[in-house]
Design a protein around this ligand. Structure first.
Ligand SMILES: Cc1cc2nc3c(=O)[nH]c(=O)nc-3n(C[C@H](O)[C@H](O)[C@H](O)COP(=O)(O)O)c2cc1C
Length: 365
C-alpha cells in the first residue's frame, strides 16, 4: 500500500521518466545492501513488517531442489548477480540471475525499457546487456551461497552466429557451472535477432543434447547422483506445433523442466488506453496483458508433457489469484518480474501470505 501510494508515484513521475535509470538505482541500492549482512537483515525485517512473515507451509521440492516457497524472481532483474542476498531477504523462494552470455555485451541502445501503467505492463528490448559469463561467475564465487536455490539463465551472445550457438552456450556454462543450482536455456527472448529460431526442433535437439551431456559429465566427475537441472524457457508466441516440438525434444533429451513464458511480441491484449507510440515500441511485452497467454501456454504444456516435466509459470502474476491460476494450469513454481515494479518490494511476501491463507493445490513434484 505504502509502495503504491508513495514510492511508485515518486519513481514513475518525480524521479524521472527513464524506467531503466530507476531500475539501476533500485538495483544499485540492493547491491550495496547485499554487501552488508546488517543491511540485508534490516531489509528482511522491514519487508516482514509491511509484507508479513514468510509462511513455512509453502515449501516444496521440484526437480530435486528444495524451495522454501514457490515465488521466484524471474530472469532479467538481476542480470549480473549483484544483489542476491538483498533479493533473498525480500522473501523470494528462488532467484534466477542473468540472462548471462558468454561475452560481455552492452545490449541495445537506450531507451529500451518502457512502462505502460494503465495496463500494469512493460515493454523491453534490453538485448541481453550483461557483464559476461566469466565476470558473473567471478562475482558469484566471491559470495556465500544464498539460502535459496539460484538459477542461472544462459543466452547466446549477439556476436555469435546462430550456427555456433551451441559452443557459445557451453562456453557460458563452463565458468558458471559451480554457482547455479539449476540452469535455464533462454531461447525465447525477442530481443536478440534469430535467437528464437533455436526453439526449432533440430536446433533445440542439438543444443539440449550438448548441454545435458555436459551437465551429466560434470555430475559424474563430482560424484553427484543427479545432474544439475536444465530448464528451457519458452516464448508465449509459439503455436501448437512448435509447443509439441519443444516438449518432445525436452523429454527425449532429458531436460528437467520448462519455464513458461518469456515476454511476447504480440500487442493484442493491450487496452485501448495505451498510446500508439508505446504500443508500437519494438520489444517484449510483460505484465498483466501477458497473463492469459501464460496460463494458456502452461495449460497446453502440461497437457502435452503430463507429469514428466515440471513447469515454472511466469507472466503477469500481480496478485495471488494470478498465481493460483498458473498453479491450477499445472505450474509447480511461479516467477515474477513486472509486478516487482508495480507492486513493490514486498510482492513476494504478500503473494506467499495470500497463498498460504488459501488452499494451494499441492505440487505433484
Ligand atoms: C526489463 C526486462 C528484462 C528481462 N530480461 C530477461 C532476461 O534477460 N532473460 C529472460 O529469460 N527473461 C527476461 N525477461 C522476461 C522475464 O523473465 C519474464 O519472463 C517476463 O517478464 C514475464 O513475466 P512478468 O509478466 O512477471 O514480468 C525480462 C523482462 C523484463 C521486463
Amino acid at each position: 500500500m505504502l509502495y503504491r501510494r508513495v514510492a511508485r508515484p515518486f519513481f514513475f513521475k518525480v524521479a524521472g521518466r527513464d524506467a531503466e535509470a530507476i531500475h539501476e538505482r533500485v538495483l544499485g541500492g540492493l547491491a550495496v545492501a547485499s554487501r552488508s549482512p546488517a543491511l540485508t537483515r534490516a531489509i528482511a525485517l522491514a519487508t516482514e513488517l509491511t509484507g508479513g512473515a514468510l509462511p513455512q507451509t509453502l515449501a516444496r521440492e521440484v526437480f530435486g531442489l528444495r524451495f522454501p516457497n514457490p515465488i521466484g524472481l524471474a530472469a532479467g532483474f538481476d542480470k549480473n548477480a549483484v544483489a542476491i542476498p538483498a533479493l533473498a531477504a525480500l522473501g523470494f523462494g528462488f532467484i534466477e540471475v542473468g540472462t548471462v552470455t558468454r561475452y560481455a555485451q552492452p545490449g541495445n541502445p537506450r531507451p529500451r525499457l518502457f512502462r505502460l501503467p494503465s495496463d500494469e505492463a512493460l515493454i523491453n528490448r534490453m538485448g541481453f546487456n550483461n557483464q559476461g559469463a566469466e565476470a558473473v561467475a567471478a562475482r558469484l564465487a566471491r559470495q556465500p551461497h544464498a539460502p535459496i536455490p539460484i538459477g542461472i539463465s544462459l543466452g547466446k551472445s549477439k556476436i555469435t552466429p546462430l550456427d555456433q550457438a551451441l559452443n557459445d552456450y557451453l562456453g557460458s556454462l563452463e565458468p558458471l557451472y559451480p554457482w547455479g543450482d539449476y540452469f535455464a536455456v533462454n531461447i525465447s527472448s525477442p530481443n536478440t535477432p534469430g535467437l528464437r529460431d533455436l526453439q526449432a526442433r533440430d536446433r533445440l535437439d542439438a543444443l539440449l543434447a550438448a548441454l545435458v551431456a555436459r551437465l551429466r559429465e560434470r555430475a559424474a566427475a563430482e560424484g553427484r547422483a543427479i545432474p544439475k537441472p536444465l530448464l528451457v524457457k519458452v516464448a508465449p508466441d509459439l503455436d501448437d506445433h512448435a509447443l509439441d516440438d519443444v516438449v518432445d525434444v525436452c523429454l527425449a533429451r532429458g531436460a528437467s523442466g520448462l519455464i513458461a513464458v518469456n515476454t511476447t511480441i504480440a500487442r493484442d491484449a493491450l487496452s485501448a488506453g495505451v498510446p500508439r507510440a508505446l504500443r508500437e515500441q519494438a520489444g517484449g511485452l510483460s505484465g498483466r496483458p501477458l497473463h492469459a497467454r501464460a496460463v494458456a501456454i502452461v495449460t497446453s504444456l502440461r497437457q502435452r508433457a503430463g507429469d514428466r516435466l515440471p513447469i515454472i509459470g511466469c507472466g503477469g502474476v500481480l496478485h495471488a489469484d494470478d498465481a493460483r491460476r498458473l498453479f491450477d494450469a499445472g505450474a509447480s513454481l511461479i516467477q515474477i518480474y513486472t509486478s516487482f515494479i508495480y507492486e513493490g518490494p514486498t510482492i513476494a511476501r504478500t503473494l506467499c501470505r495470500a497463498l498460504a491463507a488459501s488452499t494451494v493445490r499441492p505440487s505433484r513434484f
